[in-house]
Write a protein that binds this ligand. Sequence first.
Ligand code: NAD
Length: 490
Amino acid sequence: MTDHQTTVAGVRVDTRHSIGGRRVASARTFTDVSPVDGSELGEIARGGAAEVDAAVTAAREAFPGWAATSRAQRARVLHAVADGVERRSEELAVVETWDNGALLRSHRKGVLPRVAQNFRFFADRLLALDHEDFTTRGHRNHVSWDPAGPCALITPWNAPLMLASWKVAPALAAGNTVVLKPAEWSPLTASLLVDVAAAAGLPPGVLNVVQGYGAEAGAALVAHPDVRRISFTGSVPTALTIAAAASQRLTPVSLELGGKSPLLVFADADLDLAVDLAVEQYDNAGQVCLAATRVLVEEPVADAFTCRLAERIRRLRQGDPRDEDTDIGPNVHQRQLARIDGYVQRALAAGARAVVGGGPNTEAGGLHYRPTLLTDVAQDSEIVQEEVFGPVLTLQTFRTEAEAVALANDTRFGLAAVLATADRERADRVTARLVAGTVWVNCFYVRDLRAPFGGSRLSGVGREGGDWSFDFFCDVKNTVTAPEGWRDHG
Ligand code: NAD
């Protein structure tokens, strides 16, 4: 650790902001602590209103130049960023694991390829972005996607680089400039992304990063008058604050928030598949917005399903997230661990039964929480209604399809739903009645970048992904052109 640099697993990371192509320090710093072993990873610049203002100003000044580049040129730069991500993917994967504790093998095999793909996809999509002209009494209507201006992008800690690239790539493809504020619990890969982007030829000021706390740097960013779009992924309470700030200037917001998604297991389902789907909900130690943490099982198969699931959960291996054999790594932070345990202990006190787990894993130590399966939970209880964001599933039973749908929809959220059933007609009937941005039938986490992504109710506002990202990040314009000589014809 030096003044403005830290070295994590041999990778040098600049701990300052990146503003207008330059590294900028702050008078204050905060300490970034690793969930892997509690070690201090670095002293990170703690930005506030002044740093945010400098970054938005840099983004505003860089905007006309970047917005004026051709689509082909922007696409070339984004592909070069993807190349850079691929070249440095091992370093990015290792630093991300040290910073947020998620499995190294997931970062290597799933996350980093996806980060590169985000840049490639939006580059290619930009080139294909088109809407057929149409005419109104001979007048041509032409739709174009104009860049909107500086965008504020705010991301959480559970998938830092994946979510940053999911927002940065379409914002830049659209011709916008960006100020990215990563989460304070996992700030490092955003800094490395700046290095990758600069090496790829992204002009100074097009991608700026301000580090810091949400209440300081984040709040200043969303309140800044020159910000033209706010894309936020995080929790509902923060989203309410951001929406209130954005409403002062009617700045368009895209909010990707939490969930409490159901996994519906019908008696006709392939139970092995259903158990596999349930076990997948423990990925990333349960810190996944899409996780279907409310398991709803049809009564005739409930006992058999519960036994098989419990058996599988007991076999999950907890440990060092860098080990290939580990299934569940640590949770991100002591505060998150305490929050998870608070939910579980209150549920147990209210009469829930822990079939498996029910507390921190004291043998694994550190920030490990035992994968937990709770039954005997009431539909209106906190554990069923609130997002835990940890490795905790509840299990309830239902008798009829109508009851299954009613239970599934009885929450304030509407992010996703997972169905296990062998009956396609049932799947269609149930899907049509579920409130959810994404429904997976007999599968989970199959995510095509062309698809819309977002949530209903408190799970979010708006959709990103595919052309929906361009609709959000652009000022969509319709130009109506009269036919030549139209006045001559009356
Ligand atoms: P959080 O809301 O606490 O923080 C998210 C980001 O917002 C951080 O960068 C934080 O610094 C910033 N922030 C905090 N207060 C702010 C303020 N007043 N103004 C501006 N920015 C502020 O969320 P978290 O705990 O980091 O993340 C977990 C949440 O994210 C969960 O609810 C999870 O479901 C959700 N999430 C949603 C998705 C999705 O796509 N729907 C994906 C991942 C995570």
